[in-house]
Design a protein around this ligand. Sequence first.
Ligand code: FHN
Length: 593
Amino acid sequence: MKLNKPITRNCLLALTLVGLSTSAHSQEMDKMWGESVVKLRAADAKRGQLFDEGNYAMFIHLGLYSHLANKVKGKTYYGIGEWIMEKRMAGIPVDEYKDIAKEFNPTQFDAKAIAQLAKDAGMKYIIITSKHHDGFAMYDSKSNDFNVVKATPYKRDPMKDLAKACKEVGIGFGFYYSHNQDWTFPGGNNGPTVDAKGKPANFEDYFQKKCVPQVKEITSEYGPIEIVWFDTPGDMPTKYAEQLIEIVRKNQPNALVCGRVGGGLGDYQSLGDMEVPSENVEGMWETVDTTNDSWAYAHYDQNWKTPKQILARLIATVARGGTYMLNIGPRGDGSVPAHAAESLRKSGEWIHRYPQVVYATEASPWKHALPWGDVTVKGQKMFLTVSQWPSSGQLFLPGLQTAITSAKLLNGDTSEAITHHVENGWTCFKVPQAGPEKLISVIEVDLAGKPVVDPGFGLDPNTPTELLTEFATVKGATKEPKKWMEKFGEWKHTTQVSDWESGGSASWEVKVLKPGNYQVDLTYAGEPRLVWTVAVEGGEMIQNQQNASHNYQSFPIGWLNFPKAGKYQLKVGCLEGNAKTASLKSISLNLIP
Ligand code: FHN
């Protein structure tokens, strides 16, 4: 496959951090992600078809850490459990950690059931941890004994079972491999600096003695694999990434290499953890996300994504042009938490009713979500996925320029034709007061050609419209992406505007269909109490003081009137408070009935 030259991408993964919480931790961990690049794929490429067209995959974190489940010597450590031995979590010495293998016995690991779960969930392949940063191999490694066969009472290779089960149910299979960090092998990044005899060890030692042989093993002993998912390259020299890619190409000519291999190499871009982008992203890319807030099993983490949340995040990723890989963290005994399985199955039932919406689709021509949901495209068809069904009997679509030949409301295999009219550049569909689906209802729209739209924002007459600062034109203030961790390893991402000069503004052009008064809310973080102004150019201006907040919260600011249908410029500025740190995330407008 011929890939175009990667382009350095600095919009979504810019390494800017907000001081909301644990920013020192964020910075250190952030450095391990390496450079971000856009990968463009050749149109005739065969390699990576499941990735490109399947759009949905299962990620599995399973290892020694799963046995600890975030609890060590009776104390619970909150955050990502696969980092439990690291000093920012429990700080377990290498020998003590290695001893845990004697207790690790995943007897409930049911490879067939997991492969079937992925299939039922609508996922097209599974990527599982063959070795995480702790250095423990979850397969029968001939080159290193710290593995599930030689060091545990389980004594069998669950990866053989899973590779076989995936083949049997007809989905793809691949491996995660931590190539740069190895915390237990001498010379591995963040690992011991001397060997068992006290002799200094460097990265080259680790790389040649453990990483290369193991990557050869995982790419040659498990049949054809879809992807080798390397992780956290940090500042590892590019020559090592090149060597690993060579091994993958030789042993698995049809496999993709994840962009996290480092050095700007790899076949596709993996965005930041848990990052569903707000704007379409070019090229081949994926979002990795998890069913709760943890990758590995954490005994306390019951914060499961509902079936609707899973579908919304999957569709949002696909509608931005990407692939969604969703993680489960089995328990130390190998069993899958019931709530994760339940959410996956329920969302999977929906996907099996509407496969055309998810697989082999193109991104939304609006390039961003719409207030009620999102849009995916297949040729001259658009699928409107409506998460917030309007009870008004009308669904509004701003800025569609291509003529509609027909539209229907789907109900699984059956459908009902719906009518529409066009008013001031808006398409208004006549719909029933309730959608047919409990989760997300789908309207299929057939067009006279490929969809062409004016991608600007319209104020939806039914649903609050949130305008993100990511899409704002900013003058006299600074717009930048930010990310932070809620708990250690639980990432949140946004774009925000701060550093406001006097007269500085964030502005958006908005299309209004229904004139009237709109309730205006701002979502911001900043201290002390802040005074904001919101103005319609040539029209009303409101200003108000609202509370300080160390994290992003929505505050009502007041009402704004839009006297007639048409286009308006909307401007927000910060008048009082700490204008340097006052951080605006979005403005929301809601028509007052
Ligand atoms: O450090 C790892 C982390 O433990 C987890 O495996 C995630 C999944 O994307 N990758 C790294 C952090 O980005």
